[in-house]
Design a protein around this ligand. Structure first.
Ligand code: BES
Ligand code: MN
Ligand code: ZN
Length: 508
């Protein structure tokens, strides 16, 4: 895993005694600096106000401006970094995540080694300094992620400079709690980085077998027990959904199970993640355009890895089982065909109309297997349907499930943590669309409501009495715009923060 190199800490005592290259201060839109600017002394404050008046900086989010500080001004640094906070009345935690990433970026560009930020000294709107700090730190770590292992040194985007240390000045009364929060944010960020690393790997270098090996490696370093169900074992257990999807590839499929038990006799949370290491569509071959993006089709599984990693580092007192069905969907002489009928582990017969609707086939067996751990909640994450990208675009994942209270919690968690999920209905009427002439169900439900009918399919593999939520991350798992500072291009690691924050608030 690419290490989180950026060190982030909290500063105690006199600001002036801190070794730093720049101080960071926020400016609201309209040119009003945050109150903490006063800590820089009158002379600097006057200079800042002069610059704001001149309109060199407007305070819009994303803006940054380095101001040289004359010697003897009382501020022990050579430069001040002014950053835009956006409209004062509408600042958000998500805005501060982006800000944290923007600070890192500005520092990297300008050769800054150590920065001290005063942004979290103030309460912004209703957001207390400690929350602002947590969001900025998370954003800083998320934004400093790079996937460069296949680029020779000279081609790397920023070989020149990296910010080494970011320190937060905080109001005195919150210092104690701050360290703990920072540590937690770092563990979560490391989980996101792991998920991104896995999802960014190309199909040739991350096969189901290699992913299984990564699962075993987690167990070596962390209090996690990993079990791999290889293809012959899957056959014994009748997991023909996973086998059918993988049968066209020379790389055999498998089921990766990771158990984390530190919750005593508390109930178990099961998280299931689709890991199609490459999805060509199979015999129902996808068009060539952008097919390379289907290396990201294991992002649900990657999120489960990242989540397990984070909770194990946090040593959370909970019980979790992570279930990751892994397969490669390729066309060949041994591939499954449209029209095939398979018997899933649960005993449900499925008619395969389209081999490109493979995610639900592997999830069918994985969900059924997850139920054998008798969890009280099952959450699955999957890049399941293109229809979800049409419905919600890139700014929210689709959310479906069978229990209102669980869906509500996930929606709230997503809103707070910056990984939004948005509900779609699972009305019984939609089940009609997956009725089959020859089997119990078929694996496609027609063009209409594609995300919903996919979830209908999954629902057949979860008992109605068990709380279950399905998160369709097809539109959020990777980003090609790079438009959000804390979401570099490529895999986003979506799902890790959602699951972590859910686990933290639930402590099941
Ligand atoms: N992995 C794809 C879904 C996908 C599409 C993810 C775009 C990310 C971006 C999935 O396996 C798939 O191919 N789904 C089909 C289902 C259809 C055949 C019913 C789809 O959405 O077109
Ligand atoms: Mn597919
Ligand atoms: Zn797929």
């Amino acid at each position: 895993m690419s290490d989180v190199v950026l060190k982030i800490g909290v500063v105690t005592g006199e600001l002036a005694s801190q070794r730093s290259d720049v101080w960071v201060v926020g400016v609201y839109q309209g040119g009003e600096p945050q109150p903490a600017l006063a800590a820089c002394g009158e002379e600097v404050e006057r200079e800042v106000r002069r610059i704001l008046k001149a309109g060199w900086l407007r305070g819009e989010s994303g803006e940054s401006f380095f101001l040289p500080i004359p010697a003897g001004s009382g501020v022990p640094v050579e430069r001040l970094l002014l950053v835009g906070l956006g409209k004062r009345e509408s600042v958000t935690l998500e805005g501060f995540r982006a800000l944290g990433a923007a600070v890192v970026k500005a520092c990297n560009k300008s050769g800054v080694d150590r920065a001290l930020t005063l942004v979290a000294l103030d309460t912004h709107r209703k957001l207390a300094g400690i929350k602002v700090m947590e969001a900025m730190a998370e954003g800083a770590w998320l934004g400093s992620y790079r996937f460069e292992r296949f680029q020779n040194q000279d081609k790397k985007e920023t070989p020149r400079h990296r910010l080494q240390k970011l320190a937060f000045a905080l109001a005195d009364d919150v210092h104690k709690r701050a360290g703990k929060r920072l540590q937690r944010a770092e563990w979560i960020a490391r989980g996101v980085h792991l998920a991104r690393d896995l999802a960014n790997m190309p199909g040739n270098l991350l096969t189901p077998e290699i992913l299984a090996k990564k699962g075993r490696e987690l167990a070596e370093r962390l209090p996690i027990k990993t079990t791999i169900l290889s293809a012959p074992v899957l056959a014994q257990k009748g997991m023909n959904g996973i086998l059918a999807v993988g049968q066209g590839s020379a790389n055999p499929p498998c089921l990766i199970v990771m158990e984390y038990r530190r919750g005593g006799d508390k109930p178990t949370l099961a998280v299931v993640g689709k890991a199609v290491t490459f999805d060509s569509g199979g015999i129902s071959l996808k068009p060539g355009a952008k097919m390379e993006e289907m290396k990201f089709d294991m992002s649900g599984g990657a999120a489960v890895f990242g989540f397990m990693h984070a909770i194990a580092e946090m040593k959370l007192p909970i019980n979790v089982v992570g279930v990751v069905p892994a397969a490669e969907n390729l066309p060949s002489g041994t591939a499954q065909r449209p029209g095939d009928v398979i018997k899933t582990a649960k005993g449900v017969f499925v008619e395969v109309i389209n081999t490109d609707a493979e995610g639900r086939l592997i999830l069918a067996d994985a969900l059924h297997h997850a139920a054998s751990y008798d969890p009280d909640v099952i959450i699955d994450l999957a890049t399941l349907t293109g229809a979800c990208v049409i419905a919600l675009g890139n700014h929210a994942s689709g959310l479906l499930g069978n229990k209102r209270s669980l869906l509500k919690k996930l929606r709230q968690t997503g809103e707070r943590c910056g990984e939004r999920v948005w509900p779609l209905p699972l009305f019984a009427e939609y089940q009609e669309q997956i009725k089959s002439q020859v089997a119990d169900i078929k694996n496609v439900g027609g063009r209409e409501a594609g995300t919903i009918t996919a979830a209908c399919f999954l629902s057949r593999f979860v008992e109605e009495s068990r709380a279950w939520a399905h998160v369709d991350i097809a539109g959020t798992a990777y980003d090609h715009s790079g438009s959000r500072a804390h979401m570099p291009k490529g895999a986003t690691g979506v799902g890790v923060r959602l699951l972590c924050r859910y686990a933290l608030t639930e402590r099941m």
